[in-house]
Design a binder for this molecule. Structure first.
Ligand code: AP5
Length: 218
């Protein structure tokens, strides 16, 4: 079965880390809306300049903007290749837009994973996060350090700290998540697609838990 998954879950719970590993293992496309938006801000495009301040404040970018980025990626994909939507949808409105896009393309989701972690875990993970400025690979200063300090294992580029990983912005991101995205858990539960993962453990344990569920889906 072609895997077409959605990843929900608070900032810093480990969605991107799990998605990167699963996409490598199952040859899926990772569609991270945060990464797509950061690419735009990094390139200084008109769109990037428009969303930069919103992202750095911990608020959400307009639904239509993010949906267009996702639609373009999904159109490129074809029917054969699976995907993980990492961080999309994030509002009930985005979930409705996604359904419309998938219907148009003749595709169906087969799982929505809610990747959960405690606030304590989240704050510890986000404050030590570093990611590759070029390929986006995610590290943690203590938990998942690169082989060589400050350098990406995969492409040797410099590791950077995200502007939205400051304590005051983390607080706003958590509040925004609870207000706008948490309701999607019920939304996908009602559609029979929800799988909840306790991601407080080690990366390999989290991956194993997701793989066990995927084994049932596949
Ligand atoms: P986005 O980039 O999606 O950020 P986020 O959802 O806040 O999630 P994060 O990337 O911060 O965390 P994660 O769960 O992926 O954790 P990670 O694996 O990195 O979005 C950024 C912004 O873009 C939003 O705030 C918004 O403005 C905008 N945006 C994006 N999508 C949008 C949308 N759909 N609508 C509107 N606006 C949108 O892990 C975190 C750290 O923990 C890392 O250092 C990692 O190495 C470490 N770690 C991971 N797992 C473990 C583990 N098991 N044990 C120890 N350490 C671990």
């Amino acid at each position: 079965m072609v895997l077409r998954l959605v990843f929900l879950g608070p900032p810093g719970a480990g969605k991107g880390t799990i998605a990167q590993r699963l996409c490598e293992a199952h040859k899926l496309l990772q569609i991270s809306t945060g990464e797509l938006l950061r690419e735009e801000t990094g390139r200084g495009t008109e769109l990037g300049n428009k969303v930069k301040a919103i992202m750095e404040s911990g608020q959400y970018v307009e639904d239509e903007i993010v949906a267009e980025l996702v639609e373009n990626k999904l159109k490129e994909l074809g029917e054969e290749k699976g995907f993980i939507l990492d961080g999309f949808p994030r509002t009930i409105k985005q979930a409705g837009i996604l359904e419309g896009i998938l219907n148009k393309l003749g595709l169906k989701l087969n799982g929505a994973f809610d990747i959960e972690a405690s606030d304590e875990t989240i704050i510890e993970r986000l404050s030590g996060r570093r990611s590759c400025g070029k390929c986006g690979k995610i590290y943690h200063l203590k938990n998942i350090p690169p082989k060589e300090e400050g350098k990406c294992d995969k492409c040797s580029s410099v590791l950077v700290q995200r502007n939205d990983d400051k304590p005051e912005v983390i607080k706003t991101r958590l509040e925004t998540y609870r207000e706008k995205t948490a309701p999607l858990v019920k939304y996908y539960e009602e559609k029979g697609l929800l799988k909840v993962i306790d991601a407080n453990g080690k990366v390999n344990e989290n991956i194993q838990n997701v793989e066990t569920i995927l084994g049932v889906i596949e």
